[in-house]
Design a protein around this ligand. Sequence first.
Ligand code: ATP
Ligand code: MG
Length: 390
Amino acid sequence: MNKIILCKYGEIALKGLNKKNFEILLEKNVKRRLKKYDCKYSRAQSTLYIEPTNPDEVDEIVERVSKVFGIAKIAKAAAFDKDFDTLCHDAIEYLSDELEDVRSFKVQAKRADKQYPLKSPEIACELGGRILEKFPHLTVDVKNPQLVVNVEIREKHAFVHGGKIDGAGGIPVGSSGNSMLLLSGGIDSPVAGVMMAKRGVVISAIHFEAPPYTSERARLKVEKLASLMTEYCGDIKFFCVPFTKLQELLRDNCPEELFTIIMRRLMLEIAQRICKKEGICSLITGESIGQVASQTMYACVCTDAVCNIPVFRPVIGMDKSEIVEISRKINTFETSIEPYEDCCTVFTPKHPKTKPILEEVEKAQAGFDFEPFIEEAVEQTQIKIIRRKD
Ligand code: ATP
Ligand code: MG
């Protein structure tokens, strides 16, 4: 039996003149994701059709496609002979488990082959009748059925499918510019990055490390998080900044209570300089307002004052439990909770200022010339590409 996978677009279907470009990008992203499989692709009516040469690979392909942004729903369909009696028999057999499990259904028919002897409503009515004969516990409910039996009469075959599963939603990665994610080893920043990828943004990541205060294993953990994110984001350009010297200078030259806020300003300053070099136009952090003492509105005012590009904080209004839920879904949670130190926790003040005042922070920071050390950190940043596996 031939199998085909139907990928229904989400928001792309609503795009006006740009729709074509979104569709082309989505197909490119899907093909890249499935490059190890031999498949045929076609597009029609806000759907991308994927026909694998080997029908046994359908489940693996669906698993992969379910992580591609831009697809709202996925259905696994079977291709049958178009002769109507044979088709009804095969369709009923193919969907018998699903029909057994529900109480109401409807048949929805579509004809791409306009020469087919039955019209769509006739197909729906006739097949519906035969289903009722075979499964007398069912009723037809056209408004709110538990199962929709879909039949599509195409050129060579008729496709039949039952329930749809959820796709990843969003719009295709590559349709909304690029951004640099400040990636720590925690729970929040990987979630923030994937949320922006869902809106079509190409993600690069920057990590600040402070050896020997932070270990090699802490960095490997962050690289692993980036690697897990590639399932959704595609390949990630990864920047690792040596931050020890700046942190030590900061400890020795600035008031302790302002350590965290100035450190964050230095991080953003370095990140935006690298963005400029790389042609990246915005930043992303995993901050959530009020989550910890350093993530207050006042702190945002002080950090954003050093930035001349936008800083996006997609989890800003979310509770920790909501962020955790997404991190489990995208499979980063278990890695995020591995206990390695982050440079942010090195030299943390006992009482950080929760209401830092910008003028005060600027004055404290101006007491020492960080500039040459910022430049040095930018120059010594290591770059590598973290690739999605196969
Ligand atoms: P996360 O769970 O993402 O680590 P968090 O709740 O631990 O966040 P902070 O440690 O205050 O919060 O960091 C806030 C944000 O700053 C992070 O979400 C991340 O975007 C950025 N950040 C923190 N530490 C680093 C780091 N070492 N390298 C790069 N970015 C960092
Ligand atoms: Mg953290």
